[in-house]
Ligand binder design. Structure first.
Ligand SMILES: Cc1cc2nc3c(=O)[nH]c(=O)nc-3n(C[C@H](O)[C@H](O)[C@H](O)COP(=O)(O)OP(=O)(O)OC[C@H]3O[C@@H](n4cnc5c(N)ncnc54)[C@H](O)[C@@H]3O)c2cc1C
Length: 491
Protein backbone atom coordinates (compact mmCIF):
# COMPACT_ATOMS: atom_id res chain seq x y z
CA UNK A 1 0.00 0.00 0.00
CA UNK A 2 1.30 3.41 -0.96
CA UNK A 3 2.38 5.70 1.87
CA UNK A 4 1.33 8.68 -0.24
CA UNK A 5 -1.94 7.90 -2.08
CA UNK A 6 -2.25 9.92 -5.27
CA UNK A 7 -5.19 11.02 -7.39
CA UNK A 8 -4.37 9.52 -10.78
CA UNK A 9 -5.89 10.12 -14.24
CA UNK A 10 -5.26 7.49 -16.92
CA UNK A 11 -5.78 8.56 -20.54
CA UNK A 12 -7.05 5.59 -22.56
CA UNK A 13 -8.70 2.27 -21.63
CA UNK A 14 -6.41 0.12 -23.77
CA UNK A 15 -5.16 -3.07 -22.16
CA UNK A 16 -2.23 -1.22 -20.55
CA UNK A 17 -4.39 1.64 -19.25
CA UNK A 18 -6.79 -0.84 -17.63
CA UNK A 19 -3.94 -2.91 -16.18
CA UNK A 20 -2.41 0.27 -14.74
CA UNK A 21 -5.79 1.03 -13.15
CA UNK A 22 -5.83 -2.39 -11.43
CA UNK A 23 -2.26 -2.00 -10.17
CA UNK A 24 -2.60 1.59 -8.98
CA UNK A 25 -5.88 0.99 -7.15
CA UNK A 26 -4.28 -2.07 -5.53
CA UNK A 27 -1.49 0.25 -4.34
CA UNK A 28 -4.08 2.52 -2.71
CA UNK A 29 -4.33 5.30 -5.29
CA UNK A 30 -7.59 6.81 -6.52
CA UNK A 31 -7.93 6.23 -10.26
CA UNK A 32 -10.06 7.70 -13.04
CA UNK A 33 -9.70 6.31 -16.58
CA UNK A 34 -10.77 8.55 -19.48
CA UNK A 35 -11.53 6.76 -22.75
CA UNK A 36 -12.39 8.53 -26.01
CA UNK A 37 -14.36 5.54 -27.36
CA UNK A 38 -17.65 4.24 -26.05
CA UNK A 39 -15.99 0.87 -25.29
CA UNK A 40 -12.79 -0.37 -23.63
CA UNK A 41 -9.83 -2.19 -25.16
CA UNK A 42 -8.56 0.10 -27.95
CA UNK A 43 -6.85 -2.20 -30.46
CA UNK A 44 -8.04 -5.21 -28.48
CA UNK A 45 -11.75 -4.89 -29.19
CA UNK A 46 -14.44 -7.08 -30.74
CA UNK A 47 -17.26 -6.72 -33.20
CA UNK A 48 -20.21 -8.54 -34.59
CA UNK A 49 -21.06 -9.02 -38.24
CA UNK A 50 -24.53 -10.62 -38.25
CA UNK A 51 -24.20 -13.98 -36.46
CA UNK A 52 -20.38 -13.82 -36.49
CA UNK A 53 -18.23 -12.45 -33.64
CA UNK A 54 -14.67 -11.27 -34.30
CA UNK A 55 -11.80 -10.24 -32.05
CA UNK A 56 -10.89 -7.11 -33.97
CA UNK A 57 -7.14 -6.90 -33.32
CA UNK A 58 -4.82 -9.21 -31.38
CA UNK A 59 -5.41 -12.91 -31.82
CA UNK A 60 -2.28 -14.52 -30.37
CA UNK A 61 -2.12 -14.71 -26.58
CA UNK A 62 1.12 -15.48 -24.79
CA UNK A 63 2.38 -14.96 -21.22
CA UNK A 64 -1.00 -15.27 -19.44
CA UNK A 65 0.83 -14.92 -16.13
CA UNK A 66 0.73 -11.14 -16.51
CA UNK A 67 -3.09 -11.22 -16.56
CA UNK A 68 -3.09 -13.69 -13.66
CA UNK A 69 -0.96 -11.25 -11.66
CA UNK A 70 -3.78 -8.71 -11.98
CA UNK A 71 -6.31 -11.22 -10.66
CA UNK A 72 -4.08 -11.86 -7.65
CA UNK A 73 -3.65 -8.11 -7.03
CA UNK A 74 -7.42 -7.70 -7.06
CA UNK A 75 -7.76 -10.45 -4.45
CA UNK A 76 -9.01 -13.14 -6.83
CA UNK A 77 -7.57 -16.57 -7.53
CA UNK A 78 -5.20 -16.78 -10.49
CA UNK A 79 -7.28 -19.74 -11.69
CA UNK A 80 -10.30 -17.44 -12.05
CA UNK A 81 -8.84 -16.32 -15.36
CA UNK A 82 -9.54 -19.23 -17.67
CA UNK A 83 -7.55 -20.11 -20.76
CA UNK A 84 -6.26 -23.18 -22.53
CA UNK A 85 -2.83 -24.00 -23.93
CA UNK A 86 -2.80 -24.73 -27.68
CA UNK A 87 -1.38 -28.18 -28.53
CA UNK A 88 -0.76 -26.95 -32.09
CA UNK A 89 0.47 -23.38 -32.02
CA UNK A 90 0.12 -22.64 -35.72
CA UNK A 91 -0.65 -24.33 -39.04
CA UNK A 92 1.80 -23.29 -41.76
CA UNK A 93 1.18 -23.49 -45.52
CA UNK A 94 3.48 -22.80 -48.46
CA UNK A 95 2.60 -22.23 -52.13
CA UNK A 96 4.23 -25.55 -53.12
CA UNK A 97 1.68 -27.49 -51.02
CA UNK A 98 4.01 -27.98 -48.06
CA UNK A 99 1.95 -28.03 -44.83
CA UNK A 100 3.35 -28.09 -41.32
CA UNK A 101 1.88 -28.15 -37.84
CA UNK A 102 3.89 -26.28 -35.22
CA UNK A 103 3.30 -28.51 -32.21
CA UNK A 104 3.68 -27.07 -28.73
CA UNK A 105 5.59 -30.20 -27.80
CA UNK A 106 9.19 -29.40 -28.79
CA UNK A 107 10.11 -33.00 -29.74
CA UNK A 108 7.03 -33.39 -31.95
CA UNK A 109 7.67 -29.99 -33.55
CA UNK A 110 11.27 -30.88 -34.27
CA UNK A 111 10.25 -34.23 -35.77
CA UNK A 112 7.65 -32.48 -37.93
CA UNK A 113 10.22 -29.93 -39.18
CA UNK A 114 12.63 -32.76 -39.99
CA UNK A 115 9.97 -34.75 -41.89
CA UNK A 116 8.21 -31.89 -43.68
CA UNK A 117 10.78 -29.12 -44.08
CA UNK A 118 13.76 -31.34 -44.64
CA UNK A 119 15.58 -29.57 -41.83
CA UNK A 120 18.41 -31.18 -39.90
CA UNK A 121 17.20 -33.25 -36.91
CA UNK A 122 17.39 -31.01 -33.85
CA UNK A 123 17.58 -27.72 -35.84
CA UNK A 124 14.26 -26.45 -34.54
CA UNK A 125 15.20 -27.36 -30.96
CA UNK A 126 18.52 -25.53 -31.37
CA UNK A 127 16.72 -22.41 -32.64
CA UNK A 128 14.33 -22.51 -29.71
CA UNK A 129 17.23 -23.14 -27.34
CA UNK A 130 18.95 -19.99 -28.66
CA UNK A 131 15.73 -18.02 -28.14
CA UNK A 132 15.44 -19.26 -24.56
CA UNK A 133 19.10 -18.48 -23.82
CA UNK A 134 18.69 -14.87 -24.98
CA UNK A 135 15.48 -14.45 -23.02
CA UNK A 136 17.10 -15.84 -19.88
CA UNK A 137 20.06 -13.48 -20.25
CA UNK A 138 18.32 -10.19 -21.00
CA UNK A 139 14.55 -10.71 -21.21
CA UNK A 140 14.05 -9.38 -17.72
CA UNK A 141 16.26 -6.35 -18.38
CA UNK A 142 14.59 -5.33 -21.62
CA UNK A 143 11.01 -6.17 -20.70
CA UNK A 144 10.48 -5.84 -16.99
CA UNK A 145 12.54 -2.79 -16.01
CA UNK A 146 12.76 0.82 -17.04
CA UNK A 147 15.81 1.14 -19.34
CA UNK A 148 15.95 4.80 -18.46
CA UNK A 149 16.77 4.52 -14.74
CA UNK A 150 20.33 4.25 -13.50
CA UNK A 151 19.28 1.69 -10.88
CA UNK A 152 18.42 -0.76 -13.72
CA UNK A 153 21.99 -0.68 -15.02
CA UNK A 154 23.69 -1.15 -11.68
CA UNK A 155 21.73 -4.30 -10.85
CA UNK A 156 24.04 -7.37 -10.67
CA UNK A 157 21.83 -9.46 -12.98
CA UNK A 158 22.19 -6.77 -15.64
CA UNK A 159 25.94 -6.44 -15.22
CA UNK A 160 26.18 -10.21 -15.71
CA UNK A 161 24.04 -9.98 -18.87
CA UNK A 162 26.21 -7.21 -20.30
CA UNK A 163 29.28 -9.43 -19.93
CA UNK A 164 27.46 -12.02 -22.09
CA UNK A 165 26.80 -9.50 -24.87
CA UNK A 166 28.75 -11.47 -27.51
CA UNK A 167 26.27 -14.36 -27.11
CA UNK A 168 23.31 -12.15 -27.90
CA UNK A 169 23.88 -11.71 -31.68
CA UNK A 170 23.10 -8.00 -31.35
CA UNK A 171 25.17 -7.09 -34.40
CA UNK A 172 23.61 -9.69 -36.75
CA UNK A 173 20.05 -9.50 -38.00
CA UNK A 174 17.39 -12.07 -37.11
CA UNK A 175 17.53 -13.71 -40.52
CA UNK A 176 21.30 -14.21 -40.29
CA UNK A 177 20.93 -15.75 -36.84
CA UNK A 178 18.27 -18.20 -38.00
CA UNK A 179 20.19 -19.07 -41.14
CA UNK A 180 23.26 -19.92 -39.09
CA UNK A 181 21.31 -22.76 -37.43
CA UNK A 182 19.75 -24.56 -40.41
CA UNK A 183 20.01 -25.11 -44.16
CA UNK A 184 16.24 -25.33 -44.46
CA UNK A 185 14.94 -22.12 -46.07
CA UNK A 186 11.41 -22.88 -44.91
CA UNK A 187 12.48 -23.30 -41.28
CA UNK A 188 14.39 -20.00 -41.51
CA UNK A 189 11.27 -18.33 -42.92
CA UNK A 190 9.16 -19.77 -40.11
CA UNK A 191 11.52 -18.32 -37.48
CA UNK A 192 11.97 -15.02 -39.38
CA UNK A 193 8.23 -14.54 -39.13
CA UNK A 194 8.55 -13.84 -35.40
CA UNK A 195 9.91 -10.37 -36.32
CA UNK A 196 6.36 -9.46 -37.30
CA UNK A 197 5.27 -9.96 -33.68
CA UNK A 198 6.39 -6.41 -33.06
CA UNK A 199 5.93 -5.16 -36.60
CA UNK A 200 9.60 -5.43 -37.57
CA UNK A 201 11.64 -6.70 -40.50
CA UNK A 202 13.73 -9.86 -39.88
CA UNK A 203 16.31 -8.68 -42.43
CA UNK A 204 16.93 -5.53 -40.37
CA UNK A 205 15.93 -6.25 -36.75
CA UNK A 206 18.74 -7.15 -34.37
CA UNK A 207 19.49 -10.84 -33.82
CA UNK A 208 18.65 -10.20 -30.17
CA UNK A 209 14.99 -10.38 -31.22
CA UNK A 210 15.46 -14.01 -32.13
CA UNK A 211 14.37 -14.52 -28.50
CA UNK A 212 10.73 -13.86 -29.57
CA UNK A 213 9.95 -17.53 -30.50
CA UNK A 214 10.56 -18.36 -26.84
CA UNK A 215 7.39 -16.44 -25.91
CA UNK A 216 5.28 -18.65 -28.16
CA UNK A 217 7.03 -22.01 -27.84
CA UNK A 218 8.76 -21.72 -24.46
CA UNK A 219 6.02 -20.02 -22.45
CA UNK A 220 3.32 -21.35 -24.78
CA UNK A 221 0.46 -20.00 -26.88
CA UNK A 222 -2.96 -19.81 -25.27
CA UNK A 223 -6.60 -19.03 -25.97
CA UNK A 224 -8.68 -17.23 -23.33
CA UNK A 225 -12.08 -18.76 -22.66
CA UNK A 226 -14.61 -16.77 -24.68
CA UNK A 227 -11.99 -15.23 -26.99
CA UNK A 228 -9.39 -12.47 -26.83
CA UNK A 229 -11.84 -9.78 -25.79
CA UNK A 230 -12.36 -11.64 -22.51
CA UNK A 231 -8.94 -10.30 -21.49
CA UNK A 232 -10.26 -6.73 -21.69
CA UNK A 233 -13.60 -7.51 -20.08
CA UNK A 234 -11.88 -9.24 -17.16
CA UNK A 235 -9.25 -6.52 -16.56
CA UNK A 236 -11.98 -3.88 -16.78
CA UNK A 237 -14.04 -5.83 -14.22
CA UNK A 238 -11.06 -6.04 -11.86
CA UNK A 239 -10.31 -2.32 -12.21
CA UNK A 240 -13.92 -1.36 -11.45
CA UNK A 241 -14.11 -3.83 -8.57
CA UNK A 242 -11.03 -2.15 -7.09
CA UNK A 243 -12.79 1.22 -7.29
CA UNK A 244 -11.33 2.69 -10.49
CA UNK A 245 -13.87 4.81 -12.37
CA UNK A 246 -13.91 4.37 -16.14
CA UNK A 247 -15.33 7.30 -18.09
CA UNK A 248 -16.26 6.40 -21.68
CA UNK A 249 -16.79 8.91 -24.50
CA UNK A 250 -14.44 11.30 -22.66
CA UNK A 251 -11.63 12.37 -24.96
CA UNK A 252 -8.81 14.12 -23.15
CA UNK A 253 -7.78 17.32 -24.95
CA UNK A 254 -4.80 18.48 -22.95
CA UNK A 255 -2.49 17.52 -20.10
CA UNK A 256 -2.34 20.48 -17.73
CA UNK A 257 0.93 21.62 -16.22
CA UNK A 258 2.30 24.20 -13.88
CA UNK A 259 5.97 24.74 -14.64
CA UNK A 260 7.60 21.29 -14.61
CA UNK A 261 4.73 19.59 -12.78
CA UNK A 262 1.60 17.94 -14.15
CA UNK A 263 -1.58 19.30 -12.56
CA UNK A 264 -4.36 17.46 -14.37
CA UNK A 265 -6.18 17.10 -17.67
CA UNK A 266 -8.60 19.04 -19.80
CA UNK A 267 -11.65 17.19 -21.12
CA UNK A 268 -13.79 19.42 -23.35
CA UNK A 269 -14.18 22.64 -21.42
CA UNK A 270 -13.59 20.97 -18.04
CA UNK A 271 -10.28 21.23 -16.18
CA UNK A 272 -9.83 18.23 -13.88
CA UNK A 273 -7.04 18.24 -11.30
CA UNK A 274 -4.83 15.21 -10.55
CA UNK A 275 -1.47 14.59 -8.84
CA UNK A 276 -0.40 12.10 -11.50
CA UNK A 277 -1.33 11.48 -15.15
CA UNK A 278 -0.65 8.23 -17.03
CA UNK A 279 -1.01 8.36 -20.80
CA UNK A 280 -2.00 5.09 -22.47
CA UNK A 281 -2.64 6.75 -25.83
CA UNK A 282 -0.15 6.63 -28.69
CA UNK A 283 2.87 8.58 -27.47
CA UNK A 284 3.14 10.47 -30.77
CA UNK A 285 -0.34 11.94 -30.29
CA UNK A 286 0.22 12.46 -26.56
CA UNK A 287 2.97 14.92 -27.45
CA UNK A 288 1.40 16.35 -30.60
CA UNK A 289 -2.13 16.86 -29.23
CA UNK A 290 -2.05 16.93 -25.44
CA UNK A 291 1.23 18.68 -24.61
CA UNK A 292 1.21 21.90 -26.65
CA UNK A 293 3.87 23.51 -24.45
CA UNK A 294 6.37 20.67 -24.88
CA UNK A 295 8.18 20.08 -28.12
CA UNK A 296 7.74 16.50 -29.37
CA UNK A 297 11.12 14.78 -28.90
CA UNK A 298 12.90 14.28 -32.19
CA UNK A 299 13.19 10.53 -31.63
CA UNK A 300 9.38 10.26 -31.41
CA UNK A 301 8.96 12.20 -34.65
CA UNK A 302 11.61 10.42 -36.68
CA UNK A 303 11.54 6.78 -35.55
CA UNK A 304 10.41 4.33 -38.22
CA UNK A 305 6.91 3.02 -37.40
CA UNK A 306 6.03 -0.65 -37.15
CA UNK A 307 3.94 -2.23 -39.90
CA UNK A 308 0.18 -1.84 -40.03
CA UNK A 309 -2.43 -4.36 -41.19
CA UNK A 310 -5.18 -4.90 -43.71
CA UNK A 311 -7.85 -7.21 -42.30
CA UNK A 312 -10.80 -8.89 -43.96
CA UNK A 313 -13.35 -10.18 -41.44
CA UNK A 314 -15.14 -12.91 -43.35
CA UNK A 315 -18.10 -15.03 -42.32
CA UNK A 316 -17.39 -18.32 -44.14
CA UNK A 317 -20.31 -20.67 -44.71
CA UNK A 318 -18.31 -23.91 -44.55
CA UNK A 319 -15.69 -25.43 -42.27
CA UNK A 320 -12.08 -26.35 -43.09
CA UNK A 321 -10.71 -29.38 -41.26
CA UNK A 322 -7.11 -28.59 -42.21
CA UNK A 323 -7.19 -25.18 -40.51
CA UNK A 324 -6.71 -24.40 -36.83
CA UNK A 325 -6.92 -21.29 -34.67
CA UNK A 326 -3.78 -19.72 -36.22
CA UNK A 327 -2.89 -20.31 -39.87
CA UNK A 328 -0.11 -18.79 -41.95
CA UNK A 329 0.12 -18.94 -45.75
CA UNK A 330 3.65 -17.85 -46.57
CA UNK A 331 4.83 -15.65 -49.45
CA UNK A 332 7.32 -17.34 -51.77
CA UNK A 333 9.80 -14.50 -51.48
CA UNK A 334 9.88 -13.26 -47.89
CA UNK A 335 12.77 -10.87 -48.41
CA UNK A 336 10.95 -9.22 -51.31
CA UNK A 337 7.82 -8.91 -49.15
CA UNK A 338 9.70 -7.02 -46.40
CA UNK A 339 11.62 -4.94 -48.93
CA UNK A 340 8.31 -3.91 -50.50
CA UNK A 341 6.85 -3.01 -47.09
CA UNK A 342 9.79 -0.73 -46.39
CA UNK A 343 9.18 0.93 -49.79
CA UNK A 344 5.50 1.44 -48.90
CA UNK A 345 4.34 -1.27 -51.31
CA UNK A 346 2.54 -4.61 -51.09
CA UNK A 347 3.66 -7.54 -53.23
CA UNK A 348 1.26 -9.68 -55.29
CA UNK A 349 1.95 -12.78 -53.18
CA UNK A 350 1.82 -11.53 -49.57
CA UNK A 351 1.98 -13.74 -46.49
CA UNK A 352 -1.61 -14.24 -45.31
CA UNK A 353 -2.64 -14.92 -41.71
CA UNK A 354 -6.03 -16.48 -40.99
CA UNK A 355 -7.29 -16.61 -37.42
CA UNK A 356 -10.46 -18.62 -36.75
CA UNK A 357 -11.61 -18.17 -33.16
CA UNK A 358 -14.76 -20.27 -33.81
CA UNK A 359 -12.44 -23.31 -33.83
CA UNK A 360 -12.18 -22.94 -30.04
CA UNK A 361 -15.17 -20.72 -29.30
CA UNK A 362 -17.93 -22.27 -31.44
CA UNK A 363 -20.46 -19.54 -30.63
CA UNK A 364 -18.36 -17.10 -32.70
CA UNK A 365 -19.94 -18.53 -35.90
CA UNK A 366 -23.17 -20.34 -36.83
CA UNK A 367 -22.98 -24.13 -36.91
CA UNK A 368 -21.12 -25.39 -39.99
CA UNK A 369 -19.52 -21.96 -40.52
CA UNK A 370 -16.29 -20.23 -39.46
CA UNK A 371 -15.24 -16.64 -38.67
CA UNK A 372 -12.08 -15.82 -40.63
CA UNK A 373 -9.95 -12.90 -39.49
CA UNK A 374 -7.77 -12.68 -42.62
CA UNK A 375 -4.83 -10.31 -42.28
CA UNK A 376 -1.77 -9.22 -44.23
CA UNK A 377 0.99 -6.92 -43.05
CA UNK A 378 0.94 -3.60 -44.88
CA UNK A 379 3.01 -0.41 -44.67
CA UNK A 380 2.06 2.17 -42.05
CA UNK A 381 1.67 4.70 -44.85
CA UNK A 382 -1.01 7.23 -45.67
CA UNK A 383 0.44 7.60 -49.15
CA UNK A 384 -1.21 4.39 -50.43
CA UNK A 385 -4.58 4.82 -52.15
CA UNK A 386 -6.40 2.13 -50.18
CA UNK A 387 -9.56 2.39 -52.26
CA UNK A 388 -7.52 1.09 -55.20
CA UNK A 389 -5.20 -1.25 -53.29
CA UNK A 390 -7.81 -3.09 -51.21
CA UNK A 391 -9.77 -4.68 -54.14
CA UNK A 392 -6.47 -5.64 -55.79
CA UNK A 393 -5.10 -7.30 -52.67
CA UNK A 394 -8.43 -8.93 -51.86
CA UNK A 395 -8.31 -10.74 -55.22
CA UNK A 396 -4.70 -11.87 -54.65
CA UNK A 397 -5.49 -13.14 -51.14
CA UNK A 398 -8.58 -15.03 -52.32
CA UNK A 399 -6.69 -16.55 -55.23
CA UNK A 400 -3.87 -17.69 -52.93
CA UNK A 401 -6.14 -19.18 -50.25
CA UNK A 402 -8.36 -20.91 -52.83
CA UNK A 403 -5.36 -22.41 -54.61
CA UNK A 404 -3.69 -23.71 -51.46
CA UNK A 405 -6.91 -24.93 -49.81
CA UNK A 406 -8.26 -26.25 -53.13
CA UNK A 407 -11.69 -24.66 -52.57
CA UNK A 408 -13.23 -21.50 -53.98
CA UNK A 409 -13.08 -19.34 -50.84
CA UNK A 410 -14.66 -16.35 -52.64
CA UNK A 411 -17.98 -18.17 -53.05
CA UNK A 412 -18.04 -19.09 -49.34
CA UNK A 413 -17.93 -15.53 -48.00
CA UNK A 414 -21.36 -14.63 -46.67
CA UNK A 415 -20.42 -11.51 -44.72
CA UNK A 416 -17.50 -9.14 -44.90
CA UNK A 417 -16.05 -6.09 -43.24
CA UNK A 418 -12.63 -4.57 -43.79
CA UNK A 419 -10.18 -2.67 -41.56
CA UNK A 420 -7.22 -0.82 -43.08
CA UNK A 421 -4.55 1.49 -41.59
CA UNK A 422 -6.89 4.48 -41.90
CA UNK A 423 -9.52 2.67 -39.81
CA UNK A 424 -6.94 1.50 -37.25
CA UNK A 425 -5.80 5.09 -36.77
CA UNK A 426 -9.38 6.40 -36.57
CA UNK A 427 -10.58 3.71 -34.11
CA UNK A 428 -7.60 3.59 -31.76
CA UNK A 429 -5.73 6.86 -32.38
CA UNK A 430 -2.67 4.86 -33.50
CA UNK A 431 -0.36 7.18 -35.43
CA UNK A 432 -0.34 6.08 -39.11
CA UNK A 433 -2.21 2.92 -38.11
CA UNK A 434 1.06 1.32 -36.89
CA UNK A 435 0.20 -1.75 -34.80
CA UNK A 436 3.11 -1.53 -32.36
CA UNK A 437 4.21 2.13 -32.33
CA UNK A 438 7.77 2.36 -33.57
CA UNK A 439 9.49 -0.57 -35.28
CA UNK A 440 12.38 -2.49 -33.73
CA UNK A 441 14.42 -2.43 -36.92
CA UNK A 442 17.54 -0.86 -35.45
CA UNK A 443 19.86 -2.03 -32.74
CA UNK A 444 18.98 0.97 -30.59
CA UNK A 445 15.20 0.80 -31.03
CA UNK A 446 14.64 -0.34 -27.45
CA UNK A 447 16.52 2.69 -26.14
CA UNK A 448 14.77 5.11 -28.50
CA UNK A 449 11.30 4.17 -27.34
CA UNK A 450 9.65 6.62 -24.98
CA UNK A 451 10.57 5.91 -21.34
CA UNK A 452 7.69 5.08 -18.99
CA UNK A 453 8.09 8.45 -17.28
CA UNK A 454 8.45 11.96 -18.64
CA UNK A 455 11.88 13.53 -18.39
CA UNK A 456 10.38 17.03 -18.67
CA UNK A 457 7.22 16.89 -16.55
CA UNK A 458 7.04 15.50 -13.03
CA UNK A 459 3.99 13.36 -12.46
CA UNK A 460 3.57 12.29 -16.11
CA UNK A 461 3.93 8.59 -17.01
CA UNK A 462 3.44 6.52 -20.18
CA UNK A 463 2.19 2.97 -20.69
CA UNK A 464 1.03 0.95 -23.72
CA UNK A 465 2.33 -0.50 -26.92
CA UNK A 466 4.02 2.65 -28.23
CA UNK A 467 6.38 3.08 -25.26
CA UNK A 468 8.87 0.87 -23.41
CA UNK A 469 9.00 -2.16 -23.45
CA UNK A 470 6.93 -2.30 -26.68
CA UNK A 471 3.79 -3.54 -28.42
CA UNK A 472 1.78 -6.71 -27.94
CA UNK A 473 -0.43 -7.60 -24.99
CA UNK A 474 2.25 -9.03 -22.63
CA UNK A 475 4.57 -6.06 -23.11
CA UNK A 476 1.68 -3.61 -22.67
CA UNK A 477 0.83 -5.33 -19.38
CA UNK A 478 4.47 -5.04 -18.34
CA UNK A 479 4.51 -1.32 -19.18
CA UNK A 480 1.64 -0.90 -16.71
CA UNK A 481 3.64 -2.79 -14.10
CA UNK A 482 6.72 -0.60 -14.62
CA UNK A 483 4.60 2.58 -14.40
CA UNK A 484 2.94 1.44 -11.17
CA UNK A 485 6.38 0.73 -9.66
CA UNK A 486 7.77 4.10 -10.82
CA UNK A 487 4.84 5.99 -9.30
CA UNK A 488 5.43 4.39 -5.92
CA UNK A 489 9.19 4.92 -6.14
CA UNK A 490 8.62 8.63 -6.82
CA UNK A 491 6.80 9.17 -3.51
C1 LIG B 1 -4.71 -5.90 -36.15
C2 LIG B 1 -3.86 -6.06 -34.92
C3 LIG B 1 -3.34 -7.30 -34.62
C4 LIG B 1 -2.55 -7.47 -33.47
N1 LIG B 1 -2.14 -8.72 -33.13
C5 LIG B 1 -1.60 -8.93 -31.90
C6 LIG B 1 -1.46 -10.25 -31.38
O1 LIG B 1 -1.83 -11.24 -32.05
N2 LIG B 1 -0.94 -10.40 -30.13
C7 LIG B 1 -0.58 -9.33 -29.37
O2 LIG B 1 -0.11 -9.53 -28.23
N3 LIG B 1 -0.73 -8.07 -29.84
C8 LIG B 1 -1.24 -7.84 -31.06
N4 LIG B 1 -1.48 -6.57 -31.50
C9 LIG B 1 -0.97 -5.45 -30.72
C10 LIG B 1 -1.85 -5.14 -29.51
O3 LIG B 1 -3.18 -5.10 -29.90
C11 LIG B 1 -1.46 -3.80 -28.94
O4 LIG B 1 -0.06 -3.74 -28.68
C12 LIG B 1 -2.20 -3.51 -27.63
O5 LIG B 1 -3.54 -3.91 -27.67
C13 LIG B 1 -2.09 -2.01 -27.39
O6 LIG B 1 -2.67 -1.70 -26.16
P1 LIG B 1 -2.46 -0.27 -25.50
O7 LIG B 1 -2.61 -0.47 -24.05
O8 LIG B 1 -1.22 0.35 -26.01
O9 LIG B 1 -3.69 0.60 -25.96
P2 LIG B 1 -4.44 0.84 -27.33
O10 LIG B 1 -5.10 -0.42 -27.73
O11 LIG B 1 -3.57 1.52 -28.29
O12 LIG B 1 -5.58 1.80 -26.82
C14 LIG B 1 -5.36 3.15 -26.52
C15 LIG B 1 -6.68 3.72 -26.08
O13 LIG B 1 -6.52 5.11 -25.84
C16 LIG B 1 -7.69 5.76 -26.28
N5 LIG B 1 -7.36 7.17 -26.51
C17 LIG B 1 -6.55 7.67 -27.47
N6 LIG B 1 -6.50 9.01 -27.39
C18 LIG B 1 -7.30 9.36 -26.34
C19 LIG B 1 -7.64 10.60 -25.75
N7 LIG B 1 -7.17 11.78 -26.20
N8 LIG B 1 -8.48 10.60 -24.68
C20 LIG B 1 -8.98 9.42 -24.19
N9 LIG B 1 -8.69 8.22 -24.74
C21 LIG B 1 -7.84 8.19 -25.79
C22 LIG B 1 -8.06 5.02 -27.54
O14 LIG B 1 -9.42 5.23 -27.89
C23 LIG B 1 -7.78 3.58 -27.14
O15 LIG B 1 -8.90 2.95 -26.57
C24 LIG B 1 -2.25 -6.36 -32.66
C25 LIG B 1 -2.77 -5.10 -32.97
C26 LIG B 1 -3.59 -4.95 -34.07
C27 LIG B 1 -4.21 -3.60 -34.36
Amino acid sequence: MSSNPQKVAIIGAGVAGLAAAVRLTAQGHTVDVFEANSYPGGKLSEWYEGPYRFDAGPSLFTMPQYVQELFALAGEGEADFQFERLPVVCHYFWNDDTRLKAFADAKKFDEECYQVLDSEMGAEERLLGEARKKYDLVGQLFLESSLHKLSTWTNTHVLKAIRKLPQLDVFSNMHQVHKSHTQSDKLVQLFDRFATYNGSNPYKASGLLSMIPHFEHGFGAYFPKGGMYTIVKEILRLAEKQGAKIHFNRKVDEILQDGRKVTGIQVGDQKLYYDTVVSNMDVFFTYEKLLPEIETPNKILTQERSTSALIFYWGIKETFEELGLHNIFFADNYQKEFQALSEQKIIDDPTVYVNISSKLNPSDAPQGCENWFTMINVPYSHSIDWDIEIPRIREKVLEKLSRILKRDVRSLIESESILDPRGIEAKTSAYLGALYGSSSNTLFSAFLRQANFSQSLNGLYFCGGTVHPGGGIPLCLLSAKIVAELIDEAE
